[in-house]
Design a protein around this ligand. Structure first.
Ligand code: UDP
Ligand code: MG
Length: 336
């Protein structure tokens, strides 16, 4: 067994070693997919081998309780193209993917689901597209094989909404089959269900993004880990991405602007009321405008203070993130 700090050292390629690192890392989050796993690894390896790609497969076991862990452990010990990362408990798809990203050594990172719904035969197509000069190529399940009412409809609405809010128009954000240039993934911090917003987060960092149609199969084994409840989590995450996009670097410009407008309006009404009180002797104590003036002024001060605080928070956010969102128990296989 290897402890985490020595793995971290291994994960950082030194210049002289770069040539022995794989070109493509395939990252797969796995939660209770015991029946798919035996086929999965070989199905991924075959097209990559056929295309003479130097690859590694990284399976992240996300606290499975159905025996997936043991199978992954066994296969990883037998094959030298597979690394299994076993998380201590079930963290969710996004943390599982983040763990895989951290230990991926390839120049290109491909993600897909562990349930064989994505077709690994599409991976070379994604890589070819990426090599045309893109930073991220997303799969589009043009012919998606899932329940229409509970999955396809919410996903259509979500895709439209995400496109509007983030400015990246993709048909299918939810498709896990995607290829990334490693450096695009490296600096992104994933929380909640944010993996589906990777294109949006990458776009915020200036990545060039495109999509290509990919095949999709009905789930053969096991059950989906999600239901309608995911819709709400996705919407909340969308809000987060929206705010990240808007406030990431200059929150003061957003809060400050509204704060200033509010304060100026409040001050204007206040001056107006003072003038009619002092010069015309009218009583202003019972005028709603007085309340409005006071409210606008106070709201303005608050927004400005929010702006200052947000600036400080964003600085801390950028400069201090070293805490991973997962804890690894052990890593097996692939020469580690
Ligand atoms: N998954 C995971 N942790 C979880 C839930 C799901 O690692 O808590 C994995 C799961 O094993 C699969 C992928 O994420 O490989 C997508 O899950 P699923 O196929 O259930 O989602 P769907 O395709 O139905 O949207
Ligand atoms: Mg699936």
């Amino acid at each position: 067994m290897i402890n985490e700090s020595s793995i971290q050292n291994l994960a950082v390629p030194s210049p002289s070693l770069t040539s022995i690192f794989p070109e493509v890392s395939v990252v797969i989050p796995i939660y209770n997919e015991v029946k798919s796993i035996p086929q999965l690894v070989e199905k991924i390896a075959t097209p990559l081998r056929e295309n003479q790609l130097n690859y590694e497969i990284i399976c992240v076991d996300d606290g499975s309780q159905d025996g997936s862990t043991e199978i992954l452990r066994d296969i990883a010990l037998k094959r030298n193209d597979l690394k299994t990362i076993i998380l201590r408990r079930n963290y969710g798809q996004t943390p599982a993917m983040a763990a895989g990203f951290k230990y991926a050594q390839g120049r290109i990172i491909v993600t897909l689901d562990g349930d064989l719904q994505n077709d690994p035969a599409d991976i070379p197509k994604l890589i070819a597209k990426l090599n045309e000069g893109y930073d991220l190529v997303s799969g589009w399940r043009k012919n998606r094989q899932d329940n229409k009412l509970t999955r396809l409809l919410p996903s259509k609405i979500a895709n439209w909404l995400i496109g509007r809010v983030t400015g990246v128009q993709l048909h299918d954000y939810g498709c896990s089959l995607k290829a990334y240039r490693a450096e695009v993934v490296a600096d992104m911090n994933l929380y909640g269900e944010l993996h589906r917003f990777l294109p949006a987060l990458a776009y915020i960092e200036g990545a060039k993004i495109t999509e290509i149609p990919v095949r999709h199969h009905p789930r053969q084994y096991g059950t989906s880990k999600y239901g309608l409840g995911r819709t709400f989590r996705v919407i909340l995450d969308l809000l987060t991405v929206f705010f990240i996009k808007k406030f990431l670097t200059r929150p003061m410009h957003v809060f400050g602007l509204y704060g200033l407008i509010s304060m100026l309006l409040g001050t204007g009404f206040g001056i107006y009321l003072t003038v009619i009180k002092l010069f015309y002797g009218e009583s202003i104590g019972n005028r709603p405008l007085l309340i409005l003036a006071v409210l606008l002024f106070l709201a303005g001060i608050q927004l400005l203070s929010f702006g200052v605080l947000a600036e400080l928070v964003m600085r801390t956010y950028h400069e201090s993130q070293k805490r991973p969102i997962y804890r690894i128990r052990e890593i097996i296989g692939n020469n580690s």
